[in-house]
Ligand binder design. Structure first.
Ligand code: SF4
Length: 375
């Protein structure tokens, strides 16, 4: 029996990946030993917050071969997700609307990517006997960004996300562990952030504490999605109207001028999530939340976290009577954590309203005295 032509197989695998809708695929080995000290320092600093599973997986995250014995290569894939009408600015600018991270506007990407990776694994298996393979998508046990960087898909930017020089960073990553000695792709020679620090400066909560180091506990994605704890009071005003994740570090990144929109129908925004009125979302009962988020990644945070996030956004929004009324009427039924956020929102709106009244009074006094408008 002749040995497989691994160069040809690698070429074919990348072709099949494209046919399955992935925008790029690259191959690397399983050696992430250079990442281990960085991962350990990040865990030691407590930057993973309450994401205990990250610490639990320990260094296995940097050792893919321990997840599937016999693994020789990791096929890293990426798939663009940006919808054609992302509507970033219009939603962020209007505090009566809720902003949802653009990756979460359509169907849950985990299922789609895993199914495509599975199809890819089966296709490879049909060509190679006794193949070991296992797909991963956004999975805690794998350090997917360093693997993707090693596989030549881009470099890890100062915001810790992967950047591709011709596609920006609005894409999902997935991995297929393989027991095949395929030829390796070359990593990008070096990170191309240069002197830019735009993402560090723009981060609303100052979560990028040093280049390439994100304190997860301050990151809005962690606070609104991963954490089931109360949102720290000092960070609440900084969340603005972001109710599920945040895209600011990607939006400001100059490399995203090259980001392509995805033609994938599953990633098309659901109309009621694209630029929703906060008050409309606040009006959803739990069954309505479950119905409207069926098949969406948002569903996994559950109704209580969703209400917590909405209460903060309402507290950061316009101080009008309809909002006061909606918050007050939800108080009697609210569970303790959400109730505490509602009370914070009411206090915050009341303080703003007083501030606004003071400004209005100042303005009127200035006008009456014929003074220039400094109010
Ligand atoms: S915004 Fe600038 S520093 Fe941040 S990831 Fe993009 S290029 Fe790098």
């Amino acid at each position: 029996m002749t040995a497989p032509d691994f160069d040809k197989l690698a070429h074919d695998i990348k072709l099949w990946a494209r046919e399955l809708g992935f925008d790029q695929a690259g191959i690397t080995d399983t050696d992430l030993s250079l990442e281990e000290p960085r991962l350990q320092a990040w865990l030691d600093a407590g930057y993973h917050g309450s994401m205990d599973y990250m610490a639990r997986h320990g260094m296995m995250r940097a050792r893919p071969h321990e997840l599937l014995p016999g693994t020789l290569r990791v096929l890293s894939v990426r798939m663009n997700y940006l919808p054609f009408e992302a509507g970033f600015a219009a939603t962020l600018r209007d505090p009566s609307l809720g902003y949802i991270s653009r990756y979460a506007l359509g169907r849950d990407y985990h299922k789609l990517l895993r199914a495509r990776l599975k199809a890819l694994g089966e296709r490879i298996e049909a060509r190679c006997e006794a193949l070991g393979w296992r797909p991963f998508v956004d999975s805690a046990p794998v350090l997917e960004r360093p693997l993707a960087a090693k596989a030549g898909l881009g470099w890890v930017g100062k915001h810790s996300l992967l950047i591709n020089e011709s596609a920006g960073s609005f894409f999902f990553l997935g991995e297929l562990l393989l027991s095949l000695p395929l030829p390796l792709d070359q990593p990008v020679e070096k990170a191309q952030c240069g002197k830019c620090v735009a993402c560090i400066n723009i981060c609303p909560t100052g979560a990028i504490v040093a280049p390439y180091v994100v304190d997860g506990r301050r990151c809005i994605s962690y606070l609104t999605i991963e954490s089931d704890e109360p949102i720290p009071i000092d960070l609440r005003p900084l969340l603005g109207n972001r109710i599920y994740g945040c895209d600011d570090c990607q939006l400001i990144c100059p490399w995203n001028r090259y980001a392509d929109a995805s033609p994938e129908p599953d990633f098309r925004p659901r109309p009621n999530l694209h630029s929703p009125k906060l008050l409309d979302l606040w009006g959803w009962s739990e069954p309505e939340f479950l119905k409207h988020t069926e098949g969406s990644p948002i569903r996994r945070i559950g109704y209580q976290r969703w209400r917590r996030n909405l209460a903060v956004a309402l507290g950061n929004g316009p101080a009008d009577e309809a909002v006061f009324g909606a918050l007050r009427s939800a108080l009697p039924e609210a569970l303790p954590m959400v109730a505490e956020h509602i009370e914070w929102a009411l206090a915050s709106l009341a303080a703003r309203q007083q501030g606004e009244n003071r400004k209005t009074r100042l303005l009127i006094r200035c006008i009456e005295k014929g003074l220039p408008d400094h109010a």
